[in-house]
Design a protein. Structure first.
Length: 268
């Protein structure tokens, strides 16, 4: 199996949580994915993730945790952080480096605030600490598309807003097929998660984060906005800020050095 990659599932309360793990190292490194997890969980994705993030496999045991498979309306990013802590406890992970991307970064903020003893280093990528005009413009239409079962429309709009125009031009064929496969049986998780993004706000508590932190943002991000990364970094004591001038929300896929930047920070 590639890099000791394994798929797993935990029972938490009355529902389950999908996760994956890979890597030969001993130090735990946790990744919390973004809103896309509401449409497709980590289930069965161990090998693709291991290949995509193989740079971490030598020195780390990497975990990717999805949100719970059933989420009640009104569930918050703070609730999701509590679920992450419970999952870590179940797997006997006492402390880990954490990378939170987009909504995963919102969850990671709450996690670092509420469970400082469980975080070593923290990386917050293309995320926000509180509602802003970008989020309030982008997410409500996505929720509406989900409620209308307009899956192709939703996936095209997500792709157009996440990636740079150059990437779209080079991969224009993807727009014709995206949304024709992988349609979820239900949009309930996605809608609850999207609403949690809109309502996420822990800005006034960022100054309590004790972990060594790297914030990464894109100047062309039109989902959470380019200013949100600097805003977060300015509030977390000693935080470092890395801005990509040529990328947007999907910089973690488009920027070829993204994984190198993260690894370099973790190994400092």
């Amino acid at each position: 199996m590639f890099y000791n990659a394994k798929n797993g599932c935990l029972t938490i309360g009355e529902t389950t949580m999908d996760y994956l793990v890979f890597g030969k190292g001993k130090k735990p490194f946790i990744m919390t994915p973004g809103l896309g997890d509401g449409l497709k969980t980590a289930k069965g994705m161990a090998v693709p993730f291991a290949i995509m993030y193989k740079i971490f496999a030598k020195d780390y045991r990497v975990y990717v945790f999805s949100r719970k498979n059933k989420l009640k309306p009104g569930y918050t990013t703070k609730d999701m952080a509590a679920d992450l802590k419970q999952a870590m406890d179940m797997l006997e992970i006492a402390k880990a480096d954490i990378l939170g991307v987009s909504q995963g970064g919102m969850i990671a903020q709450h996690f670092a605030i509420n469970y400082p003893e469980a975080v070593d280093k923290l990386v917050l990528a293309v995320t926000s600490a509180r509602p802003n005009a970008y989020i309030e413009k982008v997410l409500p239409p996505w929720i509406d598309m989900a409620k209308r079962d307009a899956f192709h429309e939703l996936m095209v709009d997500i792709m157009v807003k996440m990636y740079t125009q150059e990437y779209i031009r080079k991969n224009k064929w993807v727009l014709n097929v995206v949304g024709k496969f992988g349609k979820p049986k239900s949009y309930e998780r996605f809608i609850v998660m999207a609403e949690a993004c809109i309502n996420h706000d822990c800005y006034d508590l960022l100054h309590t984060i004790q972990a060594s932190t790297l914030v990464i943002g894109g100047e062309k991000d039109i989902i959470v906005g380019p200013e949100s990364s600097g805003e977060i970094a300015s509030q977390i004591p000693g935080a470092k800020l890395k801005m990509y001038p040529d990328y947007g929300h999907a910089l973690y896929e488009e920027a070829k050095d993204f994984n190198d930047v993260v690894l370099e920070f973790l190994e400092e």
